[in-house]
Ligand binder design. Structure first.
Ligand code: DX5
Ligand code: ZN
Length: 231
């Protein structure tokens, strides 16, 4: 599975013009819309809840990729799926009963994913690989947009890829990266095996906006995959 998907994070959009900014991402060729949900406890910031997710749902037909950076996510999974989430990713660090939570997401009708923070070994998701569709390698500590990519993440992406191949579900589980992804960091992550790139500042803060930035990000990633010297 080497096709690259771009998932702009609306965390860096103008919240006063959310539907316009979601449409701009769609017009720029976004594949998914990434919705960052933060609770002020698991991460030191508060953002979007089910009501705003529903408003984003009305603005686009693209899949909504909801990233739950919240404690006890099981309490809110039904509300986010009801609001229009197609994919729901929870953090390994917030789920002592991870298998139960990813099964809950699947039964609610969404694609389950599991995220790991930079300090969490990726091997902690090995036992739920039969039950999920996505592994999210955080390439910054979650909480804010605009942080610097942590370069040691590349080794971790390679490890995730190997683990997924061993599980026999390489065609079904995607590796997503989130944090500090731009045309300069995208080449290394895709070469290691990431195929879904979340980008906030690189899409919404770039000159020319999403319509220029999304194709630029995609072509930086695709060029790297096509280049024999990088692989
Ligand atoms: C980080 C969020 C990210 C964030 C990425 O806590 O999960 O999705 O919006 O922003 P950039 O691309 O600016 O690092
Ligand atoms: Zn995110």
């Amino acid at each position: 599975m080497t096709d690259i998907l771009i998932a702009p994070s609306v965390l860096s959009a103008d919240f006063g013009h959310l539907d316009r900014d979601v449409r701009l991402a769609e017009e720029g060729g976004a594949d998914w819309i990434h919705v960052d949900v933060m609770d002020g406890r698991f991460v030191p910031n508060l953002t979007i809840g089910p009501a705003v997710t529903r408003a984003i749902r009305r603005a686009t037909d693209l899949p909504l990729d909801v990233h739950l950076m919240i404690e006890s996510p099981e309490r809110l999974i039904p509300a986010f799926v009801e609001a229009g989430a197609d994919r729901v990713t929870v953090h390994q660090e917030t789920c002592p009963h991870l298998h139960r939570v990813v099964t809950q997401i699947r039964e609610a009708g969404a694609h389950p994913g599991v995220a790991v923070n930079p300090g969490t070994p990726v091997g902690t998701v090995r036992d739920v690989l039969p039950f999920i569709d996505l592994v999210l390698i955080m390439t910054v500590n979650p909480g804010f947009g605009g942080q610097e990519f942590i370069a040691t993440s590349n080794r971790k992406i390679a490890e995730a890829k190997e683990m997924i191949e061993d599980s026999g579900r390489a065609g079904e589980i995607r590796i997503q990266v989130d944090g500090g992804i731009d045309p300069s960091t995208a080449p290394s992550v895709v070469v290691e095996g990431a195929s879904v790139l979340v980008a906030g500042s690189a899409v919404y803060r770039a000159q020319g906006g999403p319509e220029i930035a999304i194709p630029e990000l995609r072509s930086a990633a695709e060029r790297a995959l096509a280049s024999p010297t990088l692989r």
